[in-house]
Design a protein around this ligand. Structure first.
Ligand SMILES: Cc1cc2nc3c(=O)[nH]c(=O)nc-3n(C[C@H](O)[C@H](O)[C@H](O)COP(=O)(O)O)c2cc1C
Length: 325
């Protein structure tokens, strides 16, 4: 029987176990890594989690107004290098999550920041009205992801994860509700996925194929005119073919939130069954015994958790005890 504490590999990365801290945005008012972030990550690492995905890290200087970490210029690299060093002391892998937030930002709070989007559709959660991206801006944002990924590599991160979930900019390109474009980036799913696949290849070009790239996706947008199952399977096929090392399966919180987790299990199982790619299932993972059962009966072998690590700093100790029972 396989256990969650078996050492395991995701592509070229070896992990002490199969439990991953999913991204939790870090508050830092000027975008620089601060001591409190380093302390948080060091505690997670010393408790023995398998890998840590950082909170969303901004790729775009325009979004620097948001109070979260960024890698939008070289000046931010030394702080990240220190953070990575604190985690690597414990032989724990750390993955930089790269993001462009877009209309998920409540712009009123940030001096009227103009956010970009595939189409000028107000965000359903924040009401923020964005401006439709021009082709040049599409290429520019792709380049910013690539530049930030190279900085992440130079800072010593083990991989990057492209944030393509939760109705952030890249996720909006996939979603018919948000993407009304009639050019090569709108319409059929192959077009709606183009922003993501081109961003991925721009990152590969900048960092080389020896630096792993993970992608976090929505398996559902939780709205009627969101992505459907065929879209998700097509996207995962494209990502697998392109060579991503892992797909983290998440989704938008909808009424599913009120069901016991894991919320996106069915989608994750189907993705893992139909694609030769590592799947990380995130959202509502709570019970060690349930994750162990999934590990042994399905092709989903890695489990992400965010809130459990916030609520229970000694979670890994408890899980380790449960593993010994
Ligand atoms: C406070 C908080 C901050 C979060 N920040 C991010 C983030 O920066 N990037 C991201 O992809 N997901 C973020 N998430 C979502 C989590 O990574 C995860 O997908 C979600 O919480 C479901 O997992 P859970 O049930 O284990 O909490 C955040 C969640 C919380 C609670």
């Amino acid at each position: 029987m396989k256990t969650l504490f078996d050492g395991a590999r995701i592509g070229s990365l070896s992990l002490q176990n199969r439990l991953i801290r999913s991204a939790v945005a870090d508050k830092t008012f000027d975008g620089y890594v601060d001591e409190s972030m380093i302390d948080t990550y060091e505690k997670l690492a010393s408790a023995g989690v398998g890998a840590i995905i950082t909170g969303a890290t901004l790729v775009d200087g325009e979004e620097k107004l948001l109070p979260i970490a960024t890698l939008c210029s070289d000046s931010f690299v030394p702080g990240h290098r220190k953070l990575v060093g604190a985690v690597h002391k414990y032989d724990v892998r750390i993955i930089a999550q790269l993001a462009y937030i877009g209309s998920y930002t409540a712009t009123g709070d940030y001096g009227g920041l103009i956010t970009l989007a595939p189409s000028p559709v107000p965000n359903l959660l924040t009401g923020t009205q964005s401006r439709e991206m021009r082709l040049g801006e599409i290429k520019l944002i792709q380049k910013k992801f690539a530049d930030a990924a190279l900085r992440a590599k130079n800072a010593g991160y083990d991989a990057v994860e492209i944030h393509c979930a939760h109705s952030l900019l890249l996720s909006q390109f996939l979603t018919p509700h948000y993407n009304r474009r009639t050019d090569d980036y709108g319409g059929p799913i192959e077009n709606r996925a183009r922003m993501i696949t081109e961003t991925y290849f721009a990152i590969r070009k900048a960092t080389g194929y020896d630096f792993p790239v993970w992608v976090k996706i929505n398996s559902t947008d939780g709205i009627d005119d969101g992505i459907d199952e065929d879209d998700v399977m097509c996207l995962c096929g494209l990502l697998t073919k392109a060579g991503v090392e892992a797909i983290e399966v998440s989704g938008n919180f909808t009424p599913a939130r009120f069901k016991p987790g894991p919320y996106f299990r069915d989608a994750a199982e189907r993705i893992a069954d139909e694609n030769n790619v590592t799947v990380v299932l995130t959202g509502g993972n709570r019970k060690f015994s349930d994750m162990t059962a999934m590990l042994n009966t399905t092709n989903v072998h890695f489990f992400g958790m965010a809130r459990p690590f916030i609520r229970e700093p000694k979670l890994m100790e408890r899980f380790r005890r449960e593993a010994e029972i």
